[in-house]
Write a protein that binds this ligand. Structure first.
Ligand SMILES: CC(=O)N[C@H]1[C@@H](OP(=O)(O)OP(=O)(O)OC[C@H]2O[C@@H](n3ccc(=O)[nH]c3=O)[C@H](O)[C@@H]2O)O[C@H](CO)[C@@H](O)[C@@H]1O[C@H](C)C(=O)N[C@@H](C)C(=O)N[C@H](CCC(=O)O)C(=O)O
Ligand SMILES: Nc1ncnc2c1ncn2[C@@H]1O[C@H](COP(=O)(O)OP(=O)(O)OP(=O)(O)O)[C@@H](O)[C@H]1O
Ligand SMILES: N[C@H](CCC[C@H](N)C(=O)O)C(=O)O
Ligand SMILES: [Mg+2]
Length: 488
């Protein structure tokens, strides 16, 4: 419990009506969660405007209401606060409510289109091995040491985020590594959070449904580096052409990592096989278990962070070489009879799909057929659909287009969007099988001895989301069972 005036300390209040020395039990941005003593923050959303629920929140006995526009009638017994930006106010208030947990540990945020989950997972595992108590906030799951806390978003809302960081502090965590999504930046989910450092992995096509244009998407990512304080570090992938843009206005100490240029942290890819990566990092040779050239970037980024945080480079590389990948990231099985390699990967953007397929192309032999099963999610960026289908065709011998999480869209319509990207010459290598389980089974039926099947898009997800319902579905399990059933 905290006093409203203390929670408001960092917030620029434009107008206030009612006492400020009232006790706040908790903070919410959902009127349906308001009980007596709760502070309600009205947020403008994609679907509705939280300001429409101010009267409901007052009826439910909210102790105070923070909003961008005051209602015409003010209820008695409720304190009303007018601010310029509710999202920002929510972040600042949540941080104050939980006693600024992000200042009590070293928090590093990772942003970029691809590689965030892999990077924070590597960092969590690395710092655990180095002997620390460590927190992690990621798409797959949140973690405090080995305790798993299910995640609902890549970056939680401001209240859940501060509550989680507070739990980490109380568990004695010295470090926390979190993903910072572009949605989180636009919605100010990390306002009021203190970062010891930030990492930029890369930026390519995604989420244009939400951000509108690529420029807006870049701006959202850049705003993370704009908010980093003096004394923090910004570690940037110098091989991404947008790297320098990210740190144009940052106050943080900028460091670069690269596989191509001479930078602060430098690696060279010596070999890339199904057994892992052979790298030279800052003059030291290492073998890592992760597969795929893009993982050289994730490893190098994690190494850079650890060194920036004061860890011994050789010790860091020794631990990194022993680590496995995050769930559903180039996760693979090899069938018993016919040694068919079945790869499950979360590639759900054109860039990620291209990277994964390029990796497969690099490690395949000419005799192996590559079969790709891929779909695209509903209620998400539709422009990536034809592009992903084209990439799958270009870099595979056979392609089975299917469904991902259709959400509230018609799966057949999503499939048709994908089909538009298939070039006439590729028609004969493409099949469309709407049911994802059937699509994976078809790939297994088509596969011969030693062939490679890639099932892309859902990675670690253990469900398929159709019209608001999450049905159990696990790509890796379906793949494994189909290969077994077929006696392959
Ligand atoms: C597009 C998007 O990001 N939406 C987020 C947003 O929801 P919204 O804008 O639709 O909210 P809304 O339904 O319009 O409601 C507006 C406000 O009115 C409030 N409300 C609503 C109804 C009511 O009766 N009373 C009430 O007070 C709501 O609580 C909300 O504060 O605010 C919600 C509360 O914080 C989020 O849960 C929700 O995430 C949705 C579920 C989502 O799917 N988000 C994805 C796209 C996302 O954020 N993804 C990124 C990762 C992307 C990546 O892979 O890089 C992430 O960080 O997870
Ligand atoms: N550094 C990288 N560069 C390009 N592609 C990558 C990189 N790291 C991973 N990938 C590809 O992107 C996919 C997603 O990786 P990961 O989950 O680490 O990214 P993410 O940024 O967390 O994604 P999301 O935005 O969905 O949370 C992987 O399955 C892999 O195919
Ligand atoms: N965190 C991403 C992942 C999407 C994964 C894919 N399986 C899909 O459903 O589109 C998003 O919400 O856009
Ligand atoms: Mg992620």
């Amino acid at each position: 419990m905290q006093l409203l005036q203390d929670i408001l300390k960092d917030v620029t209040v434009l107008e206030s009506h009612g006492p400020l020395n009232v006790k706040v039990e908790s903070i919410t941005f959902d009127s349906r969660q308001v009980r007596e003593g709760v502070l309600f923050v009205a947020m403008r959303g994609v679907q509705v405007d939280g300001h429409d629920f101010i009267a409901k929140a007052a009826e439910a006995k909210a102790v105070a209401i923070v909003c961008e526009e005051l209602p015409a009638e003010l209820a008695s017994g409720v304190t009303y606060i007018k601010v310029k930006d509710s999202g920002q106010a929510l972040g600042l208030m949540a941080a104050a409510f939980y006693g600024h947990p992000s200042r009590k540990l070293k928090l590093v945020g990772v942003t970029g289109t691809n590689g965030k989950t892999t990077s924070v997972t590597l960092l969590h595992k690395l710092f655990r091995e180095l002997g620390y108590h460590v927190g992690m906030i990621s798409t797959v799951q949140n973690q405090i040491d080995e305790e798993i806390i299910p995640s609902t978003h890549t970056t939680p809302d401001a209240v859940s985020l501060n509550a989680l960081l507070d739990k980490m502090v109380k568990a004695g965590c010295a470090y926390a590594f979190m993903e910072v999504s572009s949605h989180a930046m636009v919605q100010q989910r990390v306002a009021g959070i203190h970062f010891a450092g930030g990492v930029f992995t890369n930026i390519t096509h995604d989420h244009l449904d939400y951000h509108g244009t690529f420029d807006e998407y870049i701006k959202a990512k850049k705003s993370f580096f704009d908010m980093l304080p003096k004394g923090a570090f910004a570690l940037i992938n110098a091989d991404d052409k947008r790297g320098p843009v990210m740190v144009q206005n940052t106050k943080a100490d900028v460091r670069y990592f690269s596989l191509r240029k001479v930078t602060d942290f430098k690696a060279r890819l010596i070999d890339n096989t199904l057994q892992g990566l052979h790298l030279e990092v800052d003059g030291h040779e290492i073998w890592a278990k992760l597969i795929g050239a893009f993982n050289a970037y994730n490893l190098l980024g994690a190494y850079g962070v650890a060194v920036m945080l004061g860890e011994d480079p050789v010790e860091v590389l020794t631990v990194l070489s022993s680590l496995n990948t995050a769930a559903g990231r180039f996760d693979y099985i090899v069938s018993e009879q016919e040694q068919i390699t079945g790869i499950v990967d979360y590639a759900h953007t054109p860039d990620a799909l291209e990277n994964v397929l390029n990796t497969i192309q690099q490690i395949r032999t000419p005799l192996q057929t590559v079969i790709t099963v891929v779909g695209c999610g509903g209620n998400r960026d539709a422009t990536k659909r034809p592009v992903m289908a084209d990439i799958a065709c270009r870099l595979s011998d056979k392609v089975i287009l299917t469904s991902d999480n259709p959400r509230f869209e018609e799966p057949q319509a999503i499939l048709e969007d994908m089909q538009k990207g298939v070039k006439p010459l590729d028609f004969k290598k493409t099949l469309s099988v709407l049911d994802r389980k059937e699509a994976i089974r078809t790939a297994c039926m088509l596969a011969g001895k030693d062939d490679i099947i890639l099932v892309a898009g859902k990675g670690h997800e253990t469900y398929q989301e159709i019209k608001g319902v999450k049905y159990p579905f696990d790509d890796k399990q379906v793949l494994q069972e189909a290969l077994q059933l077929l006696g392959k």
